[in-house]
Design a protein around this ligand. Structure first.
Ligand SMILES: C[S@@+](CC[C@H](N)C(=O)[O-])C[C@H]1O[C@@H](n2cnc3c(N)ncnc32)[C@H](O)[C@@H]1O
Length: 268
């Protein structure tokens, strides 16, 4: 996957692109990311990239010519898709990430600052406008990193075990099941017995059911859209009867702990 970033703060990407899974993917060449300083495409001694807004009002606006020049130079006449990070763009989702990850062309990410970028840049060179959520940040660098990290997980080889990505939240329209690791008991709550049973079929079924439970409790809106199997529909009906709570086989331990806490004197 080929990605180019245009920003006035290229240094923000240094640690990001050299750390953890992304750092490894860049090292192996699975991920090819270049970062370009917008100022290199600005004219004049001061390489100014912003100016006062026409019509007045507060703040500064990023000038169009450096952006247009930067995008054309970075694209270098090869197929590319120019993505403006913007709170006004379409909201980033898992399916949007997968669609972008499938793009064969180079992705060019534009990171705005100040009040934003002169509207004529969008008209001249932008193919897509993406938001990471309905809130406003001071710049497009963090949204670009969010997008790069999400995209990188779709690149074969970046996440060591592909099944981890397959099981992630949203992949099948559901949230992921709960995870546990050592120690077996934490604050009186034990790992559900089934996970230490060694019965892989039962573990798979438990996890499938817990994914339905997590989605029902935290994001019921997703369930309305998910194409559930007969078995999943049965689990859902059972979960609706059980009501909200902890995974069933952790419930007893939590109750025990609460009982224990209730018997403590107030000073304990
Ligand atoms: C202060 S913001 C400009 C906001 C703009 N005045 C508005 O209200 O639509 C500066 C830059 O941060 C980036 N940005 C801020 N919030 C964002 C978000 N939720 N998603 C993606 N990019 C964002 C964009 O690149 C934007 O040009």
């Amino acid at each position: 996957m080929h990605i180019s970033v245009i920003t006035i703060f290229p240094e923000l990407f240094t640690a990001f692109l050299s750390t953890s899974l992304i750092g490894r993917a860049v090292g192996t060449g699975d991920l090819d990311v270049s970062v370009h300083n917008l100022r290199d495409f600005a004219d004049g001694k001061h390489q100014t990239v912003d100016d006062e807004p026409y019509g007045g009002g507060g703040g500064m606006v990023m000038k169009a010519p450096p952006w247009i020049q930067a995008v054309r130079v970075v694209a270098n006449d090869a197929p590319s898709r120019c993505v403006l990070l913007s709170p006004q763009g379409r909201r980033l989702t898992d399916s949007g990430v997968r669609e972008l990850a499938g793009a064969k062309e180079r992705l060019i990410l534009l990171c705005g600052r100040y009040e934003g970028i002169d509207e004529r840049v969008r008209v001249a060179v932008v193919d897509d406008e993406i938001s990471i959520g309905d809130f406003v940040l001071s710049g497009g660098e963090l949204p670009a990193m969010v997008l790069i990290e999400a995209l990188s997980r779709q690149v074969p080889g970046v996440v060591g075990q592909p099944q981890c990505v397959e099981q992630d939240s949203f992949r099948n329209g559901l949230l992921d099941y709960p995870h546990y690791t050592r120690p077996q008991v934490v604050e009186g709550v034990s790992v559900p017995d089934i996970l230490v049973s060694g019965d892989h079929g039962a573990i798979r079924a438990w996890r499938g059911r817990q994914a339905i439970r997590a989605t029902w409790e935290k994001r019921p809106d997703l369930l309305a859209q998910a194409a559930l199997t007969e078995e999943q529909l049965e689990w859902l009906a059972e979960i609706e009867c059980e009501g909200p709570g902890h995974p069933p086989d952790a419930v007893d331990l939590v109750t025990q702990r609460e009982d224990k806490d209730n018997t403590k004197s107030p000073r304990e």
